[in-house]
Design a protein around this ligand. Structure first.
Ligand SMILES: C[S@@+](CC[C@H](N)C(=O)[O-])C[C@H]1O[C@@H](n2cnc3c(N)ncnc32)[C@H](O)[C@@H]1O
Length: 239
């Protein structure tokens, strides 16, 4: 549910479109095809479910769910999934896919990290894939605190995002190599998206993210690198 109270005028506007415009219906329609060039959706979803130890009785929030890469397979394995995204176009694709899969335990909600109000019982896990980098750093810290409040004590936070772990002085070489690698592996349009990501979005360093996760009240249980310049953190909410 989106908060009924108007956000303060100083709050970061999550609907402002820094970087790739996921509110564009043509981008949403093409998303799965474009990403399938370099992602294995089924394998990735299985790995997430295993890492958060998803059980049939669990409830999960997928924040920045997009077209449902995780939300849909997860709904087939647990009690309920709250699929939250700031883009109606991405949510519409997610809802269409849920209907096609015969799933009735996905609740879609147009809201964001800073505006989603979870009015139900706290959940067992929150998953967020390649979405948090849309917030500038201060607002990422606010998002972590809000995610903490939506989780049960002992609940899991699974964060997968573009997060940098190279020494800052090597940024030119790292970014050139990244763009070239995306061009080779996923084509020119994904190389262009990578350029937009670097230039206009808010990916940050691992030591910044780790500080925020800890300060929000989580303990990092696992850190892994499954994809170039992407990191995964499995964290647990302290009791
Ligand atoms: C790269 S897509 C990732 C989608 C999906 N999680 C996946 O793994 O395929 C990024 C998603 O984040 C969403 N997004 C951007 N800013 C957001 C915010 N502040 N709150 C929630 N979702 C946001 C976009 O609309 C988009 O659907």
């Amino acid at each position: 549910m989106v908060s009924k109270k108007a956000a303060p005028s100083w709050q970061y506007d999550e609907r402002s479109k820094a970087g790739v415009d996921y509110s564009d219906a043509s981008i949403a329609a093409d998303y799965d095809k474009q990403h399938a060039r370099f992602r294995d959706f089924e394998k990735d979803a299985r790995l997430i479910m295993q890492r958060i130890d998803l059980k049939p009785e669990h409830t999960v929030i997928d924040l920045g769910c997009g077209t449902g890469a995780f939300a849909i397979p997860a709904a087939g394995k647990c009690r309920k999934v709250y699929a939250v995204d700031i883009s109606q176009a991405m949510l519409d694709r997610c809802a269409e896919k849920a209907t096609a899969a015969g799933l009735s335990n996905i609740v879609t909600c147009r809201a964001g990290f800073l505006t989603y109000e979870h009015r139900e019982e706290p959940v067992d896990a929150i998953v967020s894939g390649v979405a948090l980098h849309h917030l500038p750093d201060f607002w990422k810290a606010v998002a972590f605190k809000r995610m903490y409040d939506m989780l049960k004590p002992g609940g899991k936070l699974y964060l997968f995002d573009v997060i940098f772990s190279f020494p800052v002085e090597s940024y030119r070489e790292k970014f050139d190599n990244w763009v070239n690698s995306m061009r080779e592996n996923a084509g020119q349009s994904m190389a262009e998206e990578t350029i937009v990501h670097i230039r206009d979005e808010y990916s940050t360093f691992d030591w910044v993210i780790e500080g925020m996760i800890g300060r929000a009240g989580f303990t990092i249980e696992q850190k892994s690198s499954d994809f170039l310049h992407c990191l995964t953190y499995v964290s647990v909410r302290s009791v």
